[in-house]
Design a protein around this ligand. Structure first.
Ligand code: SAM
Ligand SMILES: O=c1cc(-c2ccc(O)cc2)oc2c(O)c(O)ccc12
Length: 361
């Protein structure tokens, strides 16, 4: 430890505590890897199927593995579980394990499994190892492209089927949750008398459009995404249009942009927003609006919540490293809307770390 600290005015207890905290931050990848391991081993599902607190030996014998877990590894399983119990994924009194709410997110079909599959995949972690080199030496736009000879995330996904599946899973899970809140708690957004049509721009797998159309059957919902993305949509996914949001967006009363703008820098966002404003301004006898669902950094709902703040900072870095995108604060959103020619905007409500914003042409 440096001379300034040892023998200075800081107590040794405070120093040891600071050292442990700092080491734990440096070690957080160990918790991430333990998390990934228990998902791969099927631990959350085995506890869930047991239907009650599960002993270590019951857990070890009920894991869905190709071969039974060797008895010499049962104690390693206990040790694997320990930091995850400590982190709050499981309760683990007397080595009887149960799932907490956070742990239930890890179940197959739970909203966290695709997120873990995507972000803790070694292929998806290479760019993080290059972050400092990118700052120091690289002329590539972002670390993601630096380690893939200039290939963008969207181009790369086409060559990486496992990661593409995980990415689609991440988006579907988020959309299911957001759509549930929208159709139950934000009905007024879709129930204005002039609202007859909606286009979900960058609507991916169509989850939002399908869920909104189920609740508001009179609303004509369209999914708009790149041609190669919409080519995968099936009948029953509603109206589908392929194209680029940088060129032309199909006209509608509402344009939805969910988790789109944070992927792009300000210049690209302006191009997208101008096309969207155009799309909701086609009928001069009618109103129109663009709904943005994205993060608002430092929004009041987030400010006093340590977890929401931290997850916003992490997503902001994720966007930087993968896309040269960013998470924006309210002032940055306002500047974008005004520069794209909108007359006004309103933050309607928060949705965890994200907000629902309406922008008016
Ligand atoms: C982060 S995903 C969001 C998907 C969806 N809105 C959601 O929240 O689940 C970004 C989407 O933008 C789409 N996208 C990328 N470039 C696009 C373009 N030029 N035109 C239309 N969509 C595009 C991607 O294919 C992807 O589906
Ligand atoms: O892996 C992700 C996750 C998100 C995401 C999910 C839920 C939120 O509340 C915010 C962000 O967004 C992503 C994204 O826009 C992207 O282009 C790639 C990956 C992810």
């Amino acid at each position: 430890m440096s001379q300034d600290l040892v023998g200075g005015s800081i107590s040794s207890d405070e120093l040891f505590e600071a050292q442990a905290r700092a080491r734990n931050f440096a070690f957080s990848y160990i918790v991430s890897m333990a998390l990934k391991c228990i998902v791969v081993l099927g631990v959350p599902d085995a506890i869930h199927r047991h239907q009650g607190p599960t002993s270590l030996s019951d857990l070890a014998s009920s894991l869905p593995l190709p071969l039974p877990l060797h008895h010499s590894k049962v104690d390693a399983l206990r040790r694997l579980m320990r930091p995850l119990v400590h982190a709050g994924f499981f309760t683990g009194e007397d080595h009887y394990y149960s799932l907490t709410t956070m742990g239930k997110l890890l179940l197959p079909g739970g909203s966290l499994s695709p997120f873990i599959d995507l972000h803790l995949d070694p292929k998806m972690m290479a760019q993080w190892g290059m972050l400092s080199s990118w700052f120091l030496y690289s002329s590539d736009p972002v670390p993601f492209e630096m380690v893939r000879d200039g290939m963008s995330f969207w181009e790369w996904l086409e060559k990486a089927p496992d990661q593409k599946k995980a990415f689609r899973g991440v988006m579907i899970e988020d959309s299911k949750l957001v759509a549930r809140v929208l159709v139950s708690e934000c009905r007024e957004v879709f129930e204005e008398s002039w609202v007859e049509s909606l286009v979900d721009v960058g609507g991916g797998g169509g989850t939002m459009a399908v869920e909104i159309a189920k609740t508001f059957p009179k609303l004509k919902c369209t999914v708009f995404d790149l041609p190669r993305v919409v080519a995968n949509l099936k009948e029953g996914d509603g109206e589908v249009v392929g194209g680029s949001m940088f060129e032309k967006v199909p006209p509608a009363d509402i344009v939805l942009l969910k988790l789109i703008l944070h992927d792009w820098d300000d210049e690209k966002c302006l191009e997208i927003l101008k096309c969207c404003r155009e799309a909701v301004s086609q009928d001069d006898k009618k109103k129109g609006k663009v709904i943005v669902i994205d993060m608002v950094m430092g929004h009041k709902a987030v400010l006093e919540n340590h977890e929401l703040c931290q997850v916003q900072y992490c997503f902001d870095l994720l966007m930087l490293v993968h896309f040269n995108g960013k998470e924006r604060n309210e002032k940055e959103w306002q500047s974008l809307f005004m520069a794209a020619g909108f007359s006004d905007y309103k933050i309607i409500r928060s949705l965890g770390p994200k907000c629902l914003i309406e922008a008016y042409p």
